[in-house]
Design a protein around this ligand. Structure first.
Ligand SMILES: [Zn+2]
Length: 497
């Protein structure tokens, strides 16, 4: 064989490999989000759709929201909101039950149902719950441009604590119930509006009370449309419109740590002592997990984000599961703390001290720390605590969990998720849906525990300023968003029936 033909052969092999690499690079992509196709979900009868006077519906919804925002339901007194909503629903012939907590009757939960006469066996346990919480968090009125309990309508914006989180969302559910009733929308399955108390303080008077004492309320229901995700406009990517639908919530371990050692003079420290052990253990915890865990839903999340980005980001994000591409994008993922929270069991140290407050020259014999861990859906608190305890042993650190929550999730490929995604995107041209995992917990935590499939989306489009206003200052919801949210929620209900 001549040298030339060997060269030719090598070149051929090389270009073949090169082509293969190019092909893998281009063709190996993650999966886009599966949404309902045309014909896979029900549209409202065109004559009925035509008859909806959306400006009038928006005005009506605005009044309801203003009234609700004027009620000071700050971690309490939700009963006034229940009574207000009850009156509106009952006037139109929708049956309502109110569940007051026996320890504090001013804290109540509302259940309103529309139940079709005949439900086919396959839809008997497939009901839909539209839900939200009627309590709100505290305010610092001096920092507000409009009084926080005024419900002021200024330039198309409805002001007040809870406008976004989440009385606006409740009004969207309320309007959806009214529209179903007024238009006599044919239902295949049960429909519920559930207004819960006490979400902001972990649900003792709200979701936990309902789930533990009134479990039967949920019989025949499967899907829940709740908070947890939000639509954003121009937040993550300039010009983007993204509906972030929560499908999972991380779990939690809060723990107090302690370690004993010997006390001594600060000028002659022993080789090991309590605080040093604690610091070294915390460092080991900090370093115990450096890789990101990218679950399939997260691959789809990144793919969908790729839809929002332009080239070249879009190219790389859509190929996030590609073995040739992933190493290239990992540094960017690791540099973004929101993405890190979605791909790791985060460990945050939230306290460190000793039993010697003043003694700067004393080596204390006890050290204490606090830790806040948030767990991905594939890890239970028990499993993680076992790992931590094994790690703590050589340092003599004792771990006392003070609160744990098991991670919870709902399938991304359910009919409900597919329909709400499709309806959202259809309402806003150029928008995308991402499946979101959130580090914090909502009522979904407890509703998923009893087997309900919960999806978190307040179906509006918020800019950064609006997004930052929940649990902060100057919270408002635009009438435009109130209308959009009502439309998406109502059409999702129609789409499922
Ligand atoms: Zn909320």
């Amino acid at each position: 064989m001549s040298g030339l033909s060997t060269l030719k052969k090598s070149l051929l092999i090389l270009s073949g490999v090169f082509l293969l690499v190019i092909l893998i690079t281009v063709l190996w992509t993650a999966s886009p989000l599966a949404m309902a196709d045309e014909g896979d979900y029900t549209r409202l009868d065109p004559a009925k759709a035509q008859s909806i006077d959306w400006p009038a519906i928006t005005d009506e919804a605005t009044v309801y929201l203003q009234d609700l925002l004027r009620m000071r339901t700050i971690r309490g007194d939700e009963h006034q909101a229940s009574l207000y909503i009850q009156k509106i629903l009952e006037k139109e012939g929708i049956a309502v039950r109110i569940y007051q907590h026996p320890e504090d009757p001013r804290r109540s939960n509302l259940v309103a149902e529309i139940i079709p006469d005949d439900i086919a066996p396959e839809y008997k346990d497939e009901g839909i719950i539209l839900t939200g919480h009627s309590d709100v968090v505290e305010v610092n009125p001096e920092r507000w441009k409009q009084p926080p309990f005024s419900g002021a309508l200024v330039d198309g914006k409805i002001w007040g604590r809870g406008a976004i989180d989440m009385k606006g969302h409740i009004v969207m559910g309320l309007m959806s119930m009214l529209l179903v009733k007024r238009l006599d929308v044919p239902l295949k399955r049960k429909l519920m509006l559930l207004v819960l108390a006490d979400e902001e303080s972990d649900g003792k008077y709200g979701v936990k009370f309902m789930v533990e004492k009134h479990r039967d309320v949920f019989d025949g229901y499967k899907y829940v449309f709740n908070e947890g995700g939000l639509g954003t406009e121009g937040v993550a990517v300039p010009g983007s419109k993204i509906f972030n639908i929560q499908w999972a919530e991380k779990g939690k371990i809060w723990a107090e740590l302690s370690v004993d050692g010997e006390s001594s003079h600060g000028a002659r420290p022993p080789e090991q002592y309590a605080l040093l052990n604690m610091i070294q253990f915390l460092n080991a915890v900090h370093e115990m997990e450096t890789d990101l865990t990218i679950v399939p839903e997260m691959e789809t999340f990144l793919y969908q984000m790729g839809e929002a980005y332009s080239f070249p980001n879009s190219f790389f994000m859509k190929r996030n599961n590609n073995p040739l591409i992933r190493p290239l994008i990992l540094p960017a993922l690791k540099a973004n703390r929101y993405l890190v929270a979605m791909t790791t069991n985060t460990r945050a140290f939230t306290g460190l001290n000793t039993n010697e407050d003043e003694g700067i020259n004393v080596v204390a014999d006890k050290a204490f720390a606090k830790i806040d861990i948030r767990l991905l859906p594939n890890t239970t608190p028990e499993q993680y605590l076992d790992k931590l305890e094994a790690l703590a042993e050589p340092y003599g650190v004792k771990i006392k969990p003070t609160g744990t929550i098991v991670p919870n999730s709902s399938p991304m490929d359910s009919e409900f998720f597919k329909v709400m995604s499709r309806v959202s995107v259809d309402n806003v041209p150029g928008s995308v849906v991402t499946p979101l995992i959130t580090p914090g917990n909502t009522d979904n935590t407890y509703l998923r525990e009893i087997g309900l499939q919960c999806y978190g989306l307040t179906p509006v489009l918020l800019n950064s300023e609006e997004l930052g206003s929940t649990h902060s200052d100057n919270e408002y919801l635009s009438q435009e968003n109130l209308k959009l949210g009502t439309k998406i929620m109502f059409e999702t209900v129609v789409g499922m029936n």
